[in-house]
Design a protein around this ligand. Structure first.
Ligand code: SF4
Ligand code: SF4
Ligand code: SF4
Ligand code: FES
Length: 955
């Protein structure tokens, strides 16, 4: 078999930019092309075989990321013993085949075809913004076509108006050669099926939807059609406005946990476009609207690029130099410690910053602050994943690479909405589903995957919010009681004692689908069918998200998921596994880097003397053995008056954390709040020191995505404020008297590798060579570990934890009869600080309340009405959207806009093991109202006042 590894593929890509048709794997076939002996895998096209031998056959409709289509007829070749001139892109190689790619006759035929194209195309190459980046131009030049015998574009091309409705790209039908690449990219890669070709022959025309504009159609602005267009028909507006890029820097998206690789393409210091990297191992050349287009926030006028300080939050900001800001901050923090004790300050690391930056913040807290009061936003998203997977499997991370899903036969998606939150993974998943894999969706809401073009979930188990544990137990109950376990796997791979105990527990009648039906709302018969489907699949994979973790029993559900995977033998190979879809770009990394108060980098407990000794020797300090405060503990301690100083890097806790009013009280209670960020975010309005942050385009480092993949972030432009975030933390630590001296983030990574066994083999040279590395990367796995737990679990034998269902306190009552659950939307990201400052707001400009028409009618609520949403914690007002996407009794909103106050109503209930907030279940009442809530009015007034104080500083 001819098999290609990533390195081979990179070598091939380097030889020729586009190989014409996709790579194939199969038995070797020998042939000659232009007299040259060539050996390729069976199924390879003649075009690709030629390309792999370094012979370029002209092409227009073919590209190596799409299966061949054979529409343009430019790639004709001669094959000994065959009549005519077959298209090389659609002709597969055969043993002994003799191919000629260059001859006078082929030249003539190709020129003829290209002349036809040119006759229907504007001849404005010199003034065209694609000049130099147009495949039609390249082919015409290579064939010496300078004019057309068919009219030379004398009005022959279509005078249809360009579609400029999309904020990021435009479509000019006049430039279109109807090669179908865009249509195929939308269908095969993105899976949205938004484009068609209308009409026939010369009248044929690409159109979005049913002759709609791109904005009116189902298009989700992923940009795949733009990437694949060989002409300027589909092109980024930035290229039209500014011109072709002059240089590019390969880096990693700073939005979600998929971690797509991009080429940041620049003209001078202006980033023109982000082009997805075909060699990117997480995304294979695909992207979503956020990473592809929503990068303008990095240079938005709201960026603060001068450090600012003030004594109280009622005073105007004072712009100062970096040195004064560091001295002021260090003095204030030390004074607080003198007055209130060493534990009265702490820090929060960022899941948006690099591994190196996060590592430095936790190091500064432990070494310079002298305590373990460090935490990260994973506290409020995936901390239960860490706890649950560590307990059962021995490692706190997902088990697979994304491409593993291509081998799955059944996929269970639980509490995750990949189409909106992890779109590039969703496209991979959809491709596998179109190939025939079966799908179980477990979600209170009908997410897009349930029924989307060419995809229909076998089961949508619309469980009630708060019933995850009852559900996952019922799944395992069916497996165990119907004899569907993988006994061989369990015997070989799992601890026997705990398994037997668990088996007895799970087989209990209270875990049966019939008994849990009244809790979950899932009909027992359907749950049984879903469990049988899952258990009998050769390969069954579980993907889950915050709909699993953000519950009072988040950790229990994660353990239940691991139990289900173990009992069905679905771990340790491709196509299976337990896969948490991480929210933010570096949430995996921030956890890996020791951001939790009880763990040093690599998830090693601070109380372990051997681990502490290692770090003490390297850092030249004495570390405290007891865990520090978690974020909610810090807030409680502030409200109680004994926590007074906080350094927050790249997080917006005032908007993202639950029970906003409690968080605001905590922030107001601080004597020194230091915020390091790009913008004056909601948290910074309560701050005394503002340290300008740097965007991902301005720094070097690494991010770690949801598949444990460490990828390089590379500087494309200079830091707007003069310093990258790691340099700021280093300088602050020095001002506090704890010396740090790194000249480049690679030195920080070298220190991480020295101190963290799972990172021991990671360095920048290797990252540059391999493109990315999935940890663990060490002596045993020098090039990383795509699939975890292959021979045995990290903890040795797998551990079946007992997962008893305990109902949350947050139950629907007569006073609060509806259950509110929250989620994300494709075009906005987290607290929206970045995406709200881009044209993505044209797609989604406010958080709304989704309510079922029955519930709305009962309350006299019509579409678009303002609704008061009241919980035990607070109330807010949102506009109503009536939809049966949510089931009766459940309402749903997003949390991307601060003024909507989604977290004013979420409570401070949290996961029993990790304190992860129970965002996904809040009992509420909803009624029609006519004005904003009291909190919203106060918020607007406070925000206005803080903007004025900022304006004064800037003036
Ligand atoms: S941008 Fe993406 S979704 Fe929209 S038409 Fe192009 S490929 Fe399809
Ligand atoms: S818009 Fe571009 S990719 Fe689509 S058919 Fe026309 S030329 Fe081909
Ligand atoms: S899927 Fe995630 S990582 Fe990829 S481009 Fe979109 S936001 Fe960025
Ligand atoms: S490239 Fe082969 S037919 Fe178009």
């Amino acid at each position: 078999m001819l098999q290609y590894n990533e390195q081979d593929m990179n070598d091939i890509r380097l030889k020729l930019k586009d190989m014409g048709t996709p790579i194939k794997i199969g038995q070797p076939v020998s042939l000659t092309i232009d007299g040259q002996a060539v050996k390729v895998a069976r199924g390879t096209s003649v075009m690709r075989a030629a390309a792999e031998a370094g012979i370029a056959v002209p092409k227009l409709c073919a590209t190596d990321s799409l299966e061949a289509f054979g529409s343009c007829r430019v790639c004709l070749v001669e094959i000994e013993g065959r009549k005519g001139y077959p298209a090389s892109c659609t002709t597969a190689v055969e043993e002994g085949m003799q191919v000629t790619t260059q001859s006078p006759r082929l030249d003539e035929l190709r020129r003829n075809v290209v002349e036809l194209y040119v006759s229907d195309h504007p001849l404005d190459c010199v003034s065209c913004s694609a000049n130099g980046d147009c495949e039609l131009q390249d082919v015409a030049v290579s064939l010496g076509v300078e004019e057309s015998r068919y009219g030379l574009g004398e009005g022959g091309y279509r005078e249809v108006e360009a579609d400029t409705s999309n904020p990021y790209f435009s479509f000019d039908p006049a430039q279109c050669i109807v090669c179908y690449r865009c249509v195929r990219a939308c269908d095969d890669i993105q899976g949205t099926f938004a484009l068609t070709v209308d009409g026939r022959g010369y009248a044929s025309r690409v159109t979005a939807g049913q002759l709609e504009s791109f904005m009116e159609s189902d298009c989700v602005s992923c940009g795949a059609c733009v990437n694949h267009c060989p002409t300027e028909a589909l092109v980024e507006k930035s290229v039209i406005a500014i011109g072709q890029p002059e240089r590019s820097v390969t880096t990693t998206c700073a939005y979600c946990g998929v971690g797509c690789s991009f080429h940041a393409e620049l003209k001078g210091d202006t980033v023109l476009r982000m082009t997805p990297d075909k060699a990117g191992q997480a995304n294979s050349g695909h992207a979503c609207v956020k990473g592809r287009f929503a990068f303008g926030y990095a240079t938005h006028r709201d960026r603060i690029t001068q450090p600012m300080i003030r004594d109280s939050i009622d005073e105007p900001w004072r712009e100062v130099g970096w040195d004064e800001a560091f001295a002021f901050t260090a003095r204030r923090l030390r004074e607080i410690q003198q007055r209130h004790g060493p534990d009265s300050i702490g820090g929060i690391t960022s899941s948006r910053c690099t591994n190196e930056e996060t590592y430095l913040v936790q190091k500064m807290v432990r070494a310079a602050f002298g305590n373990n009061n460090v935490d990260t936003c994973a506290r409020v998203c995936h901390s239960p994943t860490g706890y649950g997977l560590k307990t059962t499997l021995g490692e706190s991370a997902g088990t697979q690479a994304f491409h593993s899903v291509a081998h799955a036969d059944v996929v269970m998606v639980m509490g995750a909405n990949p189409s909106d939150a992890h779109p590039v993974f969703a496209s991979r998943l959809k491709r596998r589903l179109r190939e025939g894999a079966e799908l179980i969706v477990v979600d209170p809401r009908r997410i897009e995957l349930v029924n989307s073009p060419h995809i229909k979930a076998n089961h949508h188990l619309a469980l009630r919010p708060g019933s995850n544990v009852a559900f996952i137990n019922a799944m395992a109950h069916v497996v165990v009681t119907e004899g569907l376990e993988d006994r061989e796997f369990i015997a070989a791979r799992c601890e026997e004692g705990p398994y037997l105990k668990w088996r007895e527990f799970i087989a209990g009648e209270r875990n049966s689908p019939e008994a849990t039906e009244r809790i979950t709302g899932i009909p027992a018969s359907e749950l049984r069918e879903a469990a049988r489907l899952f258990a009998s699949a050769p390969n069954a994979a579980i993907y889950y998200g915050l709909g699993v973790s953000e519950h009072s029993q988040g950790s229990t559900t994660v353990m239940g998921i691991a139990n289900l995977a173990m009992v069905t033998g679905n771990l340790g190979r491709e196509g299976v596994g337990v896969n948490p879809l991480r929210g933010q770009n570096n949430v995996q990394g921030s956890c890996d880097m020791g951001s939790f108060p009880h763990e040093l980098p690599g998830y090693r407990h601070i109380s372990d003397p051997a681990v502490r000794n290692l770090f003490e020797a390297a850092w030249n300090v004495t570390l405290r053995p007891e865990p520090g405060l978690r974020i909610p503990n810090m807030f409680d301690a502030s409200v109680a008056g004994h926590f007074k100083g906080l350094y927050v890097q790249g997080e917006d806790v005032a908007q993202s954390d639950p029970n906003t009013q409690h968080v605001e009280s905590a922030l107001r209670g601080l004597e020194c709040l230091v915020v390091q960020d790009l913008f004056l975010n909601e948290t910074a309005r309560f701050a005394h020191v503002f340290l300008p942050g740097s965007s991902f385009l301005e720094k070097d480092g690494t991010f770690t995505n949801a598949e444990r993949r460490i990828s390089r972030v590379r500087r494309a432009i200079e830091p707007l404020a003069g310093l990258a975030d790691w340099e700021v933390t280093m300088a602050l630590s020095n001002a506090l008297g704890y010396p740090m001296d790194y000249r480049h983030p690679s030195e920080i990574m070298d220190e991480i590798a020295r101190l963290t066994p799972t990172f021991a083999g990671v360095n920048y040279t290797k990252l540059d060579r391999l493109g990315s590395i999935q940890w663990p990367c060490n002596e045993a796995a020098p090039e990383g570990t795509p699939t975890m737990h292959v021979e045995e679990f990290v903890r040795g034998k797998g551990y079946f934890a007992i997962t008893g269902f305990v109902p949350t306190d947050e139950r629907a009552t007569r006073k609060y009869p509806l259950l509110l659950t929250t989620g994300r939307i494709l075009s906005q990201y987290n607290v929206g600080a970045q995406t709200r400052r881009t044209a993505n707001s044209e797609f989604y400009s406010e958080d709304v309340l989704e309510i079922h028409p029955f519930d709305a009618e009962e309350r006299g609520i019509d579409e678009g009405n303002w609704c008061g949403v009241v919980s035990r914690a607070g109330n807010t007002v949102l506009r109503a959207v009536l939809t049966d996407r949510v089931q009766p009794g459940v309402v749903y909103t997003t949390f991307h806009f601060p003024s909507s106050g989604a977290n004013v109503i979420t409570t401070d209930n949290s996961d029993w093991a990790t304190n992860c907030p129970e965002y996904k279940v809040t009992a509420v009442q909803v009624s029609k109202v006519s004005e904003p809530s009291a909190w919203q009015k106060e918020y607007q007034a406070f925000a206005r006042r803080q903007e004025e104080l900022l304006d004064k500083a800037r003036a």
